[in-house]
Design a binder for this molecule. Structure first.
Ligand code: CP
Length: 312
C-alpha cells in the first residue's frame, strides 16, 4: 500500500488500508521513543508550523515533539498573538507561512472544513489537528492504535470488537473520527448519551445508538468517554452536570459492571467526577496516558507519510 496524500484532513476519506498503513508506520516510530537518542533524520530540513486557533495541550505538544523527533524545525503560533486579531484571513495567514517556506502546517480551528480549505489552496502539507465538531483525525488514529496494541491486533483488524463511545457525540470531532476509523477496521460501535447529544440520526454512520449506559457496559470491550463540549454548545442539552453524571458518568458502581479486560479510554481533557470518576481515570484499567504516549508515534507517522507524498 502506497501513501499518496500530502494532507490529512479527516478519517472519512481514508481507506481501511490507509489507516492500517498509518498504524503500521506508527509502530515503527514508537520504537524510536524507546531509544537513548529519540530522534531520526526523516524530516531534516523541513519546517513545520503548529497553528492553533483553539486551545490545546496534548495535540499541540505532541505534534511539536513528533516533529522534533523527526528532526524538523518547528514554529508554534497561536491566534491571539497573530495578525488574525487584526483581521487577516486564515488563507492570507497560511499563504504568508508558505511564503516563508513552511512545508507542513498543523491547523486547529473552530470551523469545520478549515483544514480542507487550506489543503485545496496551498502546496504545503496541511494536517488537521481538530476542526470544529467535524474531525480530529490524529486523535482517532492514536485511539485506534491504543486499542489495537492493547487487544493484540496490530494488523488493524478489529472485527468482533465492541466499542462504546459515551457522552457528547453531537459536538465531538473525536467521536466522528473514531466512528470512521473503528467501523472501517471492522469494529462494532455503540454510541451512548442523552438523546439531545446522541440523536438516532447518527445511526446513518453505521453505528448503534442507545441512551441506556447501564445495559451497555457488560457487553463492550472498550469504553471511550467524552467530555461535554460546553464551548460548542449553544443551549442547555441536559438539566445539570449532576444529572448527566448520574445517568452517563462512569462511576465506580458502573465500572464494576465492565468486563475485567474492558479498556477505559478518554481523549482528554478530563472533567474528573463528571464523565468519569477520578479514581477510575487513574486505575489500572484506564489507558488514558497510553493514548497520549501513542499520540507521539501516530503523529510522527502522519508527518512522515504526508511529507513523503508531498515530495513525490
Ligand atoms: N485530546 C485533545 O485534542 O486534547 P487537547 O485539546 O489538549 O489537544
Amino acid at each position: 500500500m502506497n501513501w499518496t496524500r500530502k494532507d490529512l484532513t479527516g478519517i472519512a476519506e481514508l481507506s481501511a488500508g490507509e489507516i492500517r498503513l498509518l498504524l503500521e508506520t506508527a509502530t515503527t516510530f514508537k520504537d524510536v521513543g524507546t531509544r537513548d537518542i529519540k530522534k531520526v533524520p526523516a524530516l531534516r530540513g523541513k519546517t513545520l508550523v503548529n497553528f492553533f486557533v483553539e486551545p490545546s495541550t496534548r495535540t499541540r505538544i505532541s505534534f511539536e515533539l513528533a516533529a522534533f523527533r523527526l528532526s524538523a524545525d518547528v514554529i508554534n503560533m497561536s491566534a491571539s498573538t497573530s495578525s488574525l486579531t487584526k483581521g487577516e484571513t486564515l488563507l492570507d495567514t497560511a499563504k504568508n507561512l508558505r511564503a516563508m517556506l513552511a512545508d507542513i502546517i498543523v491547523l486547529r480551528h473552530s470551523s469545520a472544513g478549515a483544514a480542507q480549505f487550506l489543503a485545496e489552496r496551498l502546496d504545503a502539507s496541511i494536517i488537521n489537528a481538530g476542526d470544529g465538531a467535524h474531525e480530529h483525525p490524529t486523535q482517532a488514529l492514536l485511539d485506534t492504535f491504543t486499542v489495537c496494541e492493547r487487544v493484540g491486533r496490530m494488523d488493524g483488524d478489529l472485527r468482533g470488537l465492541h466499542v462504546a463511545i459515551v457522552g457528547d457525540i453531537l459536538f465531538s470531532r473525536v467521536a466522528r473520527s473514531n466512528i470512521h476509523a473503528l467501523t472501517k477496521l471492522g469494529a462494532r460501535v455503540t454510541l451512548c448519551g442523552p438523546p439531545t447529544l446522541v440523536p438516532r440520526e447518527l445511526e446513518a454512520l453505521g453505528v448503534t445508538v442507545t441512551h441506556d449506559l447501564d445495559s451497555l457496559l457488560a457487553d463492550v470491550d472498550v469504553v471511550n468517554l467524552l467530555r461535554i463540549q460546553h464551548e460548542r454548545q449553544r443551549k442547555e442539552y441536559f438539566p445539570s452536570l449532576g444529572e448527566y453524571t448520574a445517568l452517563f458518568g462512569l462511576t465506580k458502581a458502573r465500572a464494576e459492571k465492565l468486563r475485567p479486560k474492558c479498556l477505559i479510554m478518554h481523549p482528554g481533557p478530563i472533567n474528573r467526577g463528571v464523565e468519569i470518576d477520578s479514581d477510575i481515570a487513574d486505575s489500572g484499567r484506564s489507558v488514558i496516558l497510553d493514548q497520549v504516549t501513542n499520540g507521539l508515534a501516530v503523529r510522527m507517522a502522519v508527518l512522515y507519510l504526508c511529507s513523503g507524498a508531498r515530495n513525490q
